[in-house]
Structures are given as C-alpha cells and as structure tokens.
Design a protein around this ligand. Structure first.
Ligand SMILES: C[S@@+](CC[C@H](N)C(=O)[O-])C[C@H]1O[C@@H](n2cnc3c(N)ncnc32)[C@H](O)[C@@H]1O
Length: 215
C-alpha cells in the first residue's frame, strides 16, 4: 500500500498514546493495556483498518490489535478508532518481525492476514508474511487452539502460503477458492478486498492451525 508521505503523521500518532504504540512502550505487556482479560485477536498489515475496526465494533468482548508498519497508513486506522469511539482496539506501529517483543507465548487467540503484500519475486520471498520465519513467530505467540485467517486476491501468494504453511506442519480447517461466490455472508471486506472485488477479482481465503506439540 503506497500512501503519500505525510510529515505530520508521526506527531499525530504520538498525540494518542492511549491508542497507538509507536516506540515499543508496550513490549511484553500489550495485554495489560486493556483493563480486562478478553481474548486477543490481531491483524498483521492492517492497512487503513476497515476490517479490524468493523470487527472491534461488532465484538466488544474481544480485544483487537492492529499491526501496521507504515505511519502514513496507520493514521487512517487511528482516525477510524477515534471516530467510532472504540475502546477494545490498540494499534502497534511496527514491523511484524518484532511481534514476539510485544506478546507472550500463547497469548494471542487469532491472527488475521488480509491481502498481504505478495512480493512475487523469489528473492523477496522472505518478506512474505507467510514465509516460514513469520510462521515461527505466529506459532510462538498463538494459543495452542489459535488460528490464522488469511485472505488474498493473489492466486500466487495463496498457493505459496498453502505450501509454506503445510510444509511448516500446519493444517487447514477451511479453504475458499472464491469467497465472494461461496461464503460471503459474514465476510467483512478490507479496503483492498473492496477494490479488487469491484474489479471482478476472485478472493481466496483459508483458516489454518498449528498442530499441538506432541505430549
Ligand atoms: C497490500 S496492503 C493490505 C492492507 C489491508 N490488509 C487491506 O486488505 O486493505 C498490506 C499492508 O501490510 C503492511 N505490511 C506489509 N508488511 C508488513 C510487516 N512486515 N509488518 C507490518 N506491516 C506490514 C503494509 O504497510 C501495507 O499497509
């Protein structure tokens, strides 16, 4: 997602430390940011935040955390959180590679990956959010029964992610090869999804879990 550079974005984010963490202030203690112990669901690469802010307004008994590294994009999520007056969502303006600095082992109940950057060149595969190094991070922070929900319009990234996850030892509890035709009823669209679906692109979706470690 390319957004025009806004020189004021960082100052705006810093004005709202009750919602946004920009300096790792909540490392090892994100869950304590909420004044309850509701389950934590996170979205990695939230973009402008339509998906996660809609979920947060529909599910007050879940605590949501949006992770987005681009400050020029994160300001759009902050605007939505403030406009909707949401108290069950916090924003981490950082790269997903440092997720284990924020979350304890087994702390997260669900991870959403929506329309992640496909990085189609093989030499950039390490940047894909379903590359095995990212899966290892998710495995560490996810609860044993936790899951990953993944959506994309990019067939190549979808195929890659199925392979990467199954090679890592994950299994799939749901796969849709044409989400908007097959199972759209409860679907919450992201900004990218809306744009691509309007153009007629097929949307792929899956839900995946890590096998529990053997006793
Ligand atoms: C293609 S956009 C999709 C945005 C949104 N999920 C949607 O569907 O509308 C991908 C977003 O992920 C963010 N992103 C990519 N890699 C990331 C990483 N390693 N850590 C945090 N954010 C990342 C990008 O900055 C961008 O805003």
């Amino acid at each position: 997602m390319r957004m025009r550079h806004k020189p004021w974005a960082e100052d705006y984010l810093r004005e709202h430390p009750e919602i946004v963490d920009i300096d790792c202030d909540h490392a090892n203690s994100v869950s304590q940011w909420f004044d309850n112990d509701h389950p934590i669901h996170i979205e990695v690469g939230s973009g402008m935040g339509q998906f996660i802010t809609t979920l947060a307004s529909q599910n007050p008994h879940i605590n949501y955390i949006a992770i987005e590294r681009d400050k020029n994009v994160m300001i759009r999520v902050l605007d939505k959180v403030r406009d909707k007056g949401l108290t069950n969502i916090k924003l981490l303006c950082n790269d997903a590679v440092v997720l284990t600095d924020y979350f304890a082992t087994n702390e997260v109940a669900r991870i959403y990956l929506n329309f992640s950057d496909p990085w189609p060149k093989t030499r950039h595969a390490k940047r894909r959010l379903t590359y095995h190094t990212f899966l290892a991070i998710y495995q560490q922070i996810l609860h044993e029964d936790g899951d990953i929900h993944f959506k994309t319009d990019n067939r190549g990234l979808f195929a890659y992610s199925l392979e990467s996850m199954s090679q890592y030892g994950m299994y799939f509890t749901k796969i849709n090869l044409n989400l908007h035709e097959e199972d759209a009823e409860d679907n919450i669209e992201t900004e990218y999804e809306h744009k691509f679906a309007e153009k007629g692109s097929r949307i792929y979706r899956m839900e995946a879990k890590f096998h529990a470690p053997k006793a």
